[in-house]
Design a protein around this ligand. Structure first.
Ligand code: GLP
Length: 261
C-alpha cells in the first residue's frame, strides 16, 4: 500500500480523477470499479470536465459500482444508480449497457451477489477500483467484521452508517437498512485500487486502516493485502498518520509520481 498526501482536498480529488483518466487513456476498454458518497462528487465532476474539454473518451469503458441499497428503484433519487447518472454517466459518452450496479429491486436476494460477480467476470475483471471509506471503516458497504474473503452479497448496515448517510435522504427515516455490496474479497481482486479519503472526520479511521493491524473490525485494513493499492488523502485526513513524513518523502522521490507532483 502507498499513501499520497496532498495539501488540499481539491488536489487530492484532482489527482484521483487524473489517475482514472490515465487508466482510460491507457486502456480505452478498461473496467472501472466506482464508488459513491460525498467524497467522490468532485472526482466525477472533474472526469465530466475532462470529457467535455479534453475529449476523454468513455465509449469503450465498462463500470461496476460497489453497492446499491436494497429496495430502491434505479429512478429513486436516493439510489446509487440515480447518483451515478446524475454525477457522472449523464455527462460522459459511456454506453449505458456497460454501466453496472447491483439491482436493488432483485427479490431473489441470495442470487444477486453471484449474478453480479458473473457480470464482473464476463467483462474481464476490474482494472481499477475506486474506493472511499466509511466512518466505521467500511469499504463499499462491507461493515465491521465483514470477512476479508467475503463476496458480493446482501448486508445489514450499521447504525453508524445509517447516521452517516441518512441526512442525504429527503426523509432520513426512508434510508434502507440493507444493501448489496461487492465483498472485500471481490474488491481485493481488482488489479489496482485507488482509495480517496478527505477531511478531518476520517483521520482516525484512516490511521486504523492504513497503519493499524489487519482486522475485520476495520474492513478497509484489508487493503494492506493488496499489491497495488494507493491511498490518496488530504492533509486533514492524514493528520493522525504516524508515518506522514515518509509518505511525503516517497511521493516526492518516486519517479512514478512525477507527472502528478
Ligand atoms: C457510503 C458508500 C461507500 C463510501 C462511504 C463514504 O456509505 N457505500 O462506498 O465510500 O460511504 O461516504 P462519504 O464519501 O459520503 O463520506
Amino acid at each position: 500500500m502507498e499513501v499520497i498526501i496532498r495539501s488540499s482536498r481539491e488536489e487530492a480529488e484532482k489527482m484521483t480523477a487524473a489517475m482514472l483518466a490515465t487508466a482510460v487513456e491507457t486502456k480505452p476498454g478498461c473496467v472501472l470499479g466506482l464508488a459513491t458518497g460525498r467524497t467522490m462528487e468532485a472526482v466525477y465532476a472533474e472526469l465530466a470536465r475532462l470529457h467535455r474539454d479534453k475529449g476523454l473518451d468513455f465509449s469503450q469503458v465498462c463500470t461496476f459500482n460497489l453497492d446499491e441499497y436494497i429496495g430502491l428503484a434505479p429512478d429513486d433519487p436516493n439510489s446509487y444508480r440515480y447518483y451515478m447518472q446524475e454525477k457522472l454517466f449523464d455527462h460522459i459518452n459511456i454506453d449505458p449497457q456497460r454501466t453496472y450496479l447491483p439491482d436493488g429491486l432483485n427479490k431473489d436476494i441470495k442470487q444477486e451477489g453471484p449474478h453480479y460477480e458473473a457480470q464482473i467476470r464476463y467483462r474481464g475483471g476490474i482494472d481499477l477500483q475506486l474506493l472511499g471509506i466509511g466512518e466505521d471503516g467500511h469499504i463499499g458497504f462491507n461493515e465491521p467484521l465483514s470477512s476479508f474473503a467475503s463476496r458480493t452479497r446482501d448486508v445489514t448496515l450499521t447504525p453508524e452508517t445509517i447516521a452517516q448517510n441518512s441526512p442525504m435522504f429527503q426523509r432520513p427515516e426512508d434510508m434502507p437498512r440493507r444493501a448489496f455490496t461487492m465483498g472485500v474479497g471481490t474488491i481485493l481482486e481488482a488489479r489496482r485500487i485507488v482509495m480517496l479519503v478527505t477531511g478531518a472526520g476520517k483521520a482516525r479511521v484512516l490511521a486504523a486502516a492504513v497503519e493499524g493491524p489487519l482486522a475485520a473490525i476495520v474492513p478497509a485494513s484489508a487493503l494492506q493485502f493488496h499489491q497495488n493499492a494507493v491511498v490518496i488523502v488530504d492533509a486533514a485526513a492524514a493528520s493522525e498518520l504516524r508515518m506522514q513524513e515518509y509518505y511525503r518523502w516517497g511521493f516526492e522521490n518516486d519517479p512514478r509520481w512525477e507527472g502528478y507532483r
